[in-house]
Write a protein that binds this ligand. Structure first.
Ligand code: 5GP
Length: 181
């Protein structure tokens, strides 16, 4: 078997099958954008993207929000055992702006156990935002350990590992549509 086809097989085994098409994703993201537009009128919206997984979602989402807004980025590294996070989080890039008095919307790729987001919520709440809510593309509530109030969720998903649309496998495949395995 040639090297190329072996690579192709490995890639297909990692990706599994397409979860949502580009058109489905676009439609769902537009719906979320409309909801956020309705809820954040007359507010001081700051969308906080958690790098790197949230980046494609953030870019598409803000184009669907018809309001003045700012964006900021935070990068974290999580320490996991296998593919389960431990909630031990280190901020590797902090926000550029103060969030005091702002209406913060955290934009995440996926909330799984909820440990990472609960750390982030604690950290960001200590900076006195006026309000803080979560918008996640994917909500895997079957594995939730910490009770988290998620205001906006694109899709509820099951146990399958997801790659694409910002989510990676070993830092690859973020540029594809969503796949599940
Ligand atoms: P939690 O702390 O909620 O268990 O984990 C959240 C983080 O784990 C996500 O932000 C993401 O980086 C990673 N993660 C959880 N499930 C998946 C998945 O199915 N695919 C990918 N690529 N990352 C995941």
């Amino acid at each position: 078997m040639g090297k190329e086809s072996e690579e192709e097989l490995t890639k297909n085994a990692i990706l599994g099958k397409e979860l949502f098409s580009e058109a489905d994703l676009k439609k769902r993201v537009a719906e979320l954008g409309r909801e956020i537009t309705k809820d954040y009128k007359h507010k001081n919206l700051l969308a906080v993207c958690i790098l790197k997984g949230g980046v494609i979602f953030l870019v598409d989402l803000i184009k669907e929000i018809d309001l003045p807004l700012s964006i900021d980025f935070m990068s974290i590294s999580t320490y996991g055992i296998g593919n389960t996070s431990t909630g031990v989080v280190r901020i590797t890039k902090d926000l550029d702006e103060s969030i005091e008095g702002r209406d913060v919307l955290i934009v995440e790729d996926i909330i799984d156990t909820g440990l990472t987001i609960s750390y982030l919520l604690r950290n960001l709440r200590s900076r006195f935002p006026k309000s803080i809510e979560i918008c996640t593309l994917l909500d895997r509530d079957v594995r939730r350990i910490v009770d988290i109030k998620i205001k906006y969720a694109g899709y509820r998903i099951g146990e399958q590992y997801i790659v694409g649309y910002g989510l990676d496998y070993k830092q690859q495949f973020r540029n594809l549509n969503l796949y599940m395995n």
